[in-house]
Write a protein that binds this ligand. Structure first.
Ligand SMILES: NC(=O)c1ccc[n+]([C@@H]2O[C@H](COP(=O)([O-])OP(=O)(O)OC[C@H]3O[C@@H](n4cnc5c(N)ncnc54)[C@H](O)[C@@H]3O)[C@@H](O)[C@H]2O)c1
Length: 365
């Protein structure tokens, strides 16, 4: 049994929690437990320099607590970067609930979680993520106002996300082909779910030659028929003749194996964490002359939609803000070329620079 006196015997660097927090400068962690409801959760506030930390709640059957801790630390930091590069007055945070979302959720558990969110007094604003539904969020909302993405509010973020991906893809095309017109460009969309379908709509409206794949056959058939997009196999997508690869399903699809096959000269899609290993594959992509639009900057439409809800702004505002993703992606690509540094690294730098600059503005009260 761990006792307080044991702390003096433990060097700070060996402390698995605080040492991990200090690695990327996380501000605060809240460990939540409730035996009655079975709730076990961690809320991570990474950085609140720009504003309250916004990020979704994920429910996942983690094999152990360390896995949950690593995930919440990584995801909350990612939200800081996404919110910063998108020019939002939001910090980064995330929450994870440990458990099986199909069997362990209940009104009581979600409300107990809502109470923990509320205890942070607005420093953390939550939203839906993997394993959490709009109904769950209405339960959370019974205990706290610090929640967005509620039914009847800003609604499905996918159209805003898809629009941001589309305009950002155009910016990447401009840098690679000298024109941002996608007419006649061969675009391979991997995953035609919520975001993928809206993206296919924009692309076909502009006259792009669109190829699609998905594990869900009925969706694939419907989208192929509706938008006249060509269906390709799940694995075949990596080998086809294409100008632009748009991953809109899974992460880590840009890796050693696929990079030897991909014939595209632009990678721009909605999926999170597209580069399997940022440091290795971010550079490999640049070395091959492929322009990569960093995922967290490109797919920020979803969080822009949440921000509109936090600030009571309209859907039109969200779409106009998502349009700025064109300029953001152009700036990242230009700097990447000028400095000879991979685009993902430039995007990280730009996000950090904004936090430092705004942090200085905020100091004198
Ligand atoms: N929805 C948003 O606003 C939003 C915002 C930011 C990032 N994202 C990211 O964008 C991606 C797509 O989000 P979404 O909301 O459209 O999800 P979704 O679940 O609606 O769609 C994903 C689609 O990918 C398909 N798919 C799954 N595995 C596949 C595989 N191996 N090959 C091909 N297709 C496969 C699924 O059948 C589904 O149709 C996700 O990675 C998500 O994290 C979404």
């Amino acid at each position: 049994m761990f006792e307080v006196k044991d702390i003096k015997d433990t060097h700070l660097a060996e402390n698995p929690v605080i040492a991990q927090m200090s690695r990327y400068n996380h501000e605060q962690l809240l460990f939540c437990n409730d035996n009655e409801t079975g709730l076990k959760a961690i809320i991570a506030v990474h950085n609140t320099v720009l504003g309250p930390a916004l990020g979704g709640t994920r429910m996942w059957n983690y094999t152990n607590e360390l896995e949950a801790l690593n995930d919440v630390l990584r995801l909350s930091r990612g939200m800081t970067y996404k919110n910063s590069i998108s020019g939002l007055n939001l910090g980064g945070g995330k929450a994870v609930i440990i458990g099986d979302s199909r069997t362990m959720k209940s009104e009581a558990l979600m409300r107990r979680f809502g109470k923990f969110v509320n205890s942070l007094g607005g420093k953390y604003i939550t939203a839906e993520d993997v394993g959490i539904s709009p109904v769950d969020m209405t339960w959370v909302n019974m205990e706290t106002d610090h929640v967005v993405g509620l039914p009847g509010k800003s609604g499905d973020p996918s159209p805003v996300t898809a629009y941001g991906v589309y305009v950002g893809m155009k910016a990447a095309a401009k840098a690679q082909f000298g024109t941002d017109s996608l007419a006649g460009k061969k675009v391979a969309v991997q995953g035609v779910g919520h975001v993928g379908e809206y993206l296919v709509k924009h692309l076909t409206q502009e006259g792009a030659d669109v190829f699609i794949t998905d594990i869900h056959e009925p969706t694939l058939k419907r989208i192929s028929e509706t938008y006249n997009a060509k269906v390709v196999g799940l694995d075949e997508i990596y080998d086809i003749d294409m100008d632009i690869y748009a991953p809109c399903a899974l992460g880590a699809t840009v890796n050693d194996e696929t990079l030897d096959r991909l014939k595209c000269s632009v990678i721009a899609g909605a999926a999170n964490n597209q580069l399997k290993e940022e440091t290795i594959h971010g550079k490999a992509v640049m070395d091959r002359g492929i322009i990569y639009a960093p995922d967290f900057a490109l797919n920020a439409g979803g969080v822009i939609n949440c921000y509109a809800e936090v600030k009571n702004l309209s859907g039109e505002w969200a779409m106009a803000k998502a349009e700025e993703i064109y300029t953001t992606i152009s700036s990242i690509i230009n700097r990447s070329k000028e400095e000879g540094i991979p685009a993902y690294q430039i995007a990280n730098k730009m996000a950090e620079e904004r936090i430092v600059a705004i942090g200085k503005v905020k100091l004198p009260l």
